[in-house]
Design a binder for this molecule. Structure first.
Ligand code: TEU
Ligand code: CA
Length: 559
């Protein structure tokens, strides 16, 4: 029933260019830096690179505020560099997926500069404006502007414009067909250059109710995502985008889907709807956190994590296709959030988490640096932060006389900058990322956690990742196999089977730094170890219980 395609079989590796590799000594990662590492990227055994935005941008939100969709950000290089990068990837059999950021543009985009000039300007209707004399619209939540709301007063035309994110990220008005067709033309431009798909930034937010009603009671205080993602013309636009653009190329599309749920996900990814291929949700990302990650609560429980992934697998078991991720540029490092980043357990729990990501059903999205077990930098002062989200929320907390100590300590767990520190290539200064002071501090553990000292260590996190990407490719059961959760109430372990035709494997993961016992009704002597993060056989007690070591990860094939 599930149709086989390349993007279902792919492992996606996300590159955040600003922090990947600096080639010209300005402390900022760039395209030539990525080009210099293409053989390393190839060595990982991944199939697709998702590249965060590299378009012209004032970098108010590190490239998610685009001022020219068809030019390369000067800090990252030139269009010639881009063409060289794309060619270098394709020569190595690696596909390139770009970031499509069209819920909003930069306020420095030509369109917005025109739009704000006058109420009669031909570009006026490319954005959401409400004239002041009609009264300020009901407040909307702004992710990055907690002081105000998402409506910003603009003197020039005595009107308010809408920005769900920063004040420099005005929302585009998809209700205007002229705007939609400008976007489609831009997408064609990139597809004609040969890119292989788009990751679509907050694409769920693009449809708005132009009466701009107050946020309904049922959404108050919850994740605003669900309200912003409830626009009634959303699927009309996605279907049109598919008809006008996506359907014309052999490409993949993945929605970054705040506000998607197991109830509505098939509306986006059921192939029969001719909209998008995949989407990613946030149900686990906020597990144990207050809304918008502004503070960490009591933490999370493994049984809840297991329930979330099992629910999502069920929702996509017959139709559509899912994504599996822990890390990205908006998340803290996975080993700090879900594993244990102490020197004793960092490598082992990184391999355990990697085993999960590469043995689930759905395309894995794997974040740069997780393949060597990079961990949260845990900044002590606000001056070290670069992320507009953290800085603006800190300033609000300060203005309101809030607890700044608590703010900083919770952000050591949750802040996005934890995942944005430079890749640690070797133990030279700045971790080999740059020969000058980087735009953001390098994690001081670069002297021990780096690519160079893992390259030739057969037991390193890096070589474990290389092993398991290969294993996944050789075992379609890990890609297309039916997923069944086992032992669901076990608070310490996550065990499941994958079955395809007459092949059956069992995955056993211990999420804790202590031994665990699991009774899965499996006779170890009738199995073969496909991969394990311990170089030893599995112990099974006479009563059938299997002993898992701390942070043990093992995939067994049942004979
Ligand atoms: O993130 C969208 C999103 O859901 C954000 O609210 C994100 O979850 C939050 O900032 C995490 O604390 C996308 C991009 O991935 C993000 O980097 C951009 O900042 C944002 O859209 C605006 O473009
Ligand atoms: Ca640079």
């Amino acid at each position: 029933k599930i149709e086989k395609t390349w993007w279902k079989e792919a492992v996606v590796y996300q590159i955040y260019p600003r922090s990947f590799k600096d080639s010209n000594g300005d402390g900022i990662g760039d395209l030539q830096g990525i080009i210099s590492k293409l053989d390393y990227i190839k060595s990982l055994g991944i199939d697709v690179v998702w590249l965060n935005p590299v378009y012209s941008s004032p970098n108010d939100d590190n490239g998610y505020d685009i001022s020219d969709y068809q030019n390369i950000m000067s800090e990252f290089g030139t269009m010639e560099d881009f063409d060289e990068l794309l060619k270098g990837m394709h020569e190595r059999g690696i596909k390139l997926v770009m970031d499509l950021v069209v819920n909003h543009s930069s306020d420095e985009h030509f369109w917005f500069k025109e739009s704000r000039k006058s109420r009669e300007n031909p570009y006026r209707d490319y954005y959401h404006w409400v004239n002041a004399e009609d009264g300020k619209p009901a407040p909307r939540w702004s992710f990055f502007d907690p002081e105000g709301d998402a409506w910003k007063y603009d003197e020039a035309t005595n009107a308010y414009y809408l920005h769900y994110f920063s004040q420099k990220q005005p929302d585009l008005k998809w209700e205007n067909p002229k705007l939609r067709h400008e976007i489609y033309d831009m997408m064609h431009y990139w597809f004609k250059k040969g890119i292989d798909g788009f990751r679509m930034d907050v694409i769920t937010f693009i449809s708005k109710d132009l009466s701009y009603p107050p946020i309904p009671e049922k959404y108050q205080g919850k994740m605003w995502d669900y309200f912003y993602a409830s626009g009634e013309r959303l699927h009309e636009y996605l279907h049109e985008m598919n008809r006008e653009v996506l359907s014309k190329y052999d490409i993949m599309s993945v929605a970054e889907g705040p506000g998607t749920s197991i109830e509505n996900v098939l509306d986006f990814v059921d192939a029969d709807r001719n909209e998008l291929n995949m989407s990613y949700h946030f149900d686990h990302a906020y597990l144990g956190l207050l809304p918008r990650k502004v503070a960490a609560e009591e933490g999370w429980k493994l049984v809840d994590l297991k329930a979330i992934f099992t629910r999502w697998d069920k929702a996509l078991a017959e139709k559509g296709w899912g994504t599996i991720y822990f890390g990205n540029h908006d998340q803290p490092r996975m080993v700090s959030r879900w594993g244990n980043d102490s020197p004793e357990w960092r490598a082992l729990s990184s391999k355990m988490l990697t085993t999960f990501l590469l043995s689930m059903r759905g395309t894995p999205y794997y974040y740069q640096g997780d393949e060597i077990g990079m961990s949260n930098i845990k900044f002590d002062t606000i001056e070290d932060y670069r992320d507009i989200e953290t800085i603006n929320w800190y300033n609000l907390t300060k203005k309101e006389g809030g607890d700044l100590e608590q703010f900083l300590s919770s952000h050591k767990i949750t802040a996005r900058d934890n995942g944005r520190t430079p890749i640690q290539w070797d133990n030279s200064s700045n971790g080999g990322f740059s020969n000058t002071t980087p735009w953001i501090k390098v994690n001081p553990n670069y002297e021990t956690v780096n690519v160079a000292n893992q390259e030739n260590d057969p037991d390193s996190v890096l070589n474990y990742f290389r092993k398991i990407t290969k294993l996944r490719k050789l075992n379609p059961v890990l890609i297309y196999g039916k997923y069944t959760l086992l032992d669901q109430d076990n608070p310490d372990t996550y065990c499941y089977t994958r079955e395809l035709d007459d092949t059956k494997v069992v995955v056993m993961l211990n999420f804790k730094p202590k031994k665990a016992l699991v009774d899965l009704g499996i006779n170890i002597s009738k199995t073969e170890i496909l991969i394990s993060n311990y170089n030893e056989t599995i112990t099974q007690k006479s009563n059938g219980e299997i002993v898992l070591n701390p942070f043990h990860a093992v995939i067994l094939e049942l004979n």
